[in-house]
Design a protein around this ligand. Structure first.
Ligand SMILES: NC(=O)c1ccc[n+]([C@@H]2O[C@H](COP(=O)([O-])OP(=O)(O)OC[C@H]3O[C@@H](n4cnc5c(N)ncnc54)[C@H](OP(=O)(O)O)[C@@H]3O)[C@@H](O)[C@H]2O)c1
Length: 253
């Protein structure tokens, strides 16, 4: 089958493309660096010709509200138009567990706009809501530094390996469209501060990670279950311990 992976050069997208190729599918990584731009439309109609399935794991280059809104809105319209013209049968997009509960954030308002567009578009769809990737833990730490320490609210947190996200997306992409949303999450429940503390310890980063109930998450207030999946979420198999020991690449010092 021909499967176009928009954002197929990114963290999740490159893994999705590899997994699909291992199953002998004609998987195409579509991104500006491969000549496909969902904002300008460059290369989009051409890459869609003969495509059965589209996986969208692209991301806005900026998390600022206006930039992210413009990105997901324009990309959504352009992708749908190209899919309709090509007769695509299934559109899969990656979003975040709790997007509807994180609406004080401009980025998550933009993600919700993306989801609403997909739900109202004529192409059969499946939305995949994932929890935070292990690979995102360092970015969470970086964003949460106050006076030299990392302060995070100790809310429920069930992060997962990017490889498990990619596996779930491939399973969903090759199944019938759900016309709905599935959740995927990691196999272990922590509080938000714990895995961040573990990854900084691995890196030899001396900054303290403080569990502070009043601290924001990416600038917004969160409650205990804001980031948590529902009971029916599909779980990845990669533990934090395994990932830290085998797959985490500490930053160069
Ligand atoms: N971070 C998390 O913990 C988390 C959790 C759940 C869900 N998500 C969602 O996961 C998705 C993917 O995240 P990621 O970390 O894999 O992203 P990423 O590594 O930043 O990759 C982004 C991809 O989007 C592509 N892209 C950017 N602008 C484009 C354009 N105009 N046209 C086509 N492609 C474009 C990039 O292409 P180039 O390589 O050419 O720049 C790249 O392939 C996001 O939608 C995010 O909301 C993230």
């Amino acid at each position: 089958m021909k499967i176009v992976v928009i954002g197929g050069t990114g963290l999740i997208g490159s893994k999705v493309v590899d997994l699909l190729k291992q199953q002998n599918h004609d998987a195409i990584a579509a991104a500006p660096s491969t000549g496909v731009d969902t904002i300008t439309g460059e290369g989009l109609a051409d890459v869609m010709v003969g495509t059965d399935i589209v996986v969208d794991v692209s991301n806005s280059p900026s998390f600022e509200e206006k930039a992210a809104t413009d990105f997901f809105w324009t990309a959504g319209k352009n992708i749908t138009a190209a899919e309709v013209a090509a007769g695509v049968r299934h559109h899969i997009a990656l979003s975040v567990v709790g997007t509807d509960r994180l609406q004080d954030s401009g980025y998550f308002r933009a993600k919700l706009l993306q989801e609403r567009h997909i739900k109202s578009a004529p192409i059969p769809y499946t939305l995949v809501h994932a929890t935070q990737f292990f690979e995102f833990l360092r970015a969470i730490a970086q964003f949460s530094v106050i006076d030299g320490a990392v302060r995070l609210p100790p809310v429920q947190f069930q992060p997962m390996a990017a490889q498990d996200v990619a596996r779930a997306i491939v399973d969903v992409a090759l199944a019938a469209p759900l016309q709905g949303t599935i959740e995927v999450a990691g196999p272990e429940i922590f509080t938000l501060d714990e895995p961040v503390r573990r990854v900084l310890a691995l890196d030899g980063d001396p900054r303290a990670v403080i569990a502070d109930p009043a601290a924001p998450y990416f600038g917004i207030a969160v409650s205990d279950r804001s980031l948590a999946p529902d009971a029916g979420a599909r779980l990845g198999t990669t533990s934090l311990d395994w990932w830290l020991a085998n797959a985490s690449t500490p930053p160069a010092r």
